[in-house]
Ligand binder design. Structure first.
Ligand code: SF4
Length: 206
């Protein structure tokens, strides 16, 4: 839904071209700080600190010498990543933003970092310190997906996506064995504008 809204806004307000300007990107529906900076960096080659969970972990370990990054703090995290990228040329900053993501996803993983294969192993502060245990605060863990309202919403949406006609509520209710949770999930989809109730059933919002 947000993607459709963003495409509509790009077509209407930007002559069909994805804007390069950070504020213009942030004004698009569904585009937050991470996505806006990722678009500028990876689509337009304009270097930005692109901060995701993996990047935060690499910088926390290699630069700050901490095993974990702790709870996200947007401005502080951006500054930390930019302090790594800013000393090099713009071209290398773009490559560096990609490299940090790859490093965090494939080498400096949360549970088993592959330090012997790591290109920054000789300068990694956490490795040099002997991998001390992290003692700072940790980010709150996301609630389990299994059995959550999110799972029920996903099940309902999947059914709606696969049907060209409204799906009867008498059928939808059979998809989940907790009636109250099903009703809560369906109500939230209707309220969020992702689904629509019609005379003969529920459909995806157009
Ligand atoms: S040396 Fe190990 S801990 Fe340090 S950045 Fe590389 S993979 Fe991560």
């Amino acid at each position: 839904m947000r993607l459709h809204q963003a495409a509509t806004a790009i077509s209407r307000d930007h002559a069909g071209e994805v804007p390069r300007d950070l504020d213009a990107l942030l004004a698009l529906p569904g585009i937050g700080d991470y996505t806006a900076r990722a678009i500028r960096t990876f689509a337009f080659g304009i270097p930005e600190p692109v901060v995701d969970t993996n990047v935060r972990r690499v910088v926390a370990r290699a630069v700050a010498g901490q095993g974990e990054a702790g709870p996200p703090r947007m401005a502080t995290d951006r500054d930390a990543v930019w302090s790594v990228l800013s000393p090099v040329t713009e071209e290398l900053q773009v490559q560096g933003a990609k490299a940090l993501m790859e490093l965090g996803a494939l080498v400096c993983t949360a549970r088993k970092p592959l330090c012997e294969q790591c290109p920054v192993r000789d300068t990694c502060a956490w490795r040099a310190a002997g991998y001390p245990a992290y003692e700072g605060t940790t980010a709150p863990r996301q609630a389990r997906f299994e059995g959550s309202d999110r799972q029920v919403r996903g099940i309902i949406l999947r059914e709606l996506r696969h049907s060209d006609i409204p799906v009867p509520e008498t059928f939808l209710v059979t998809l989940w064995n907790d009636r109250l949770q099903y009703e809560r999930a369906l109500a939230s989809l209707l309220e969020d504008g992702l689904a629509v109730r019609e005379a003969d059933g529920i459909t995806l919002a157009s």
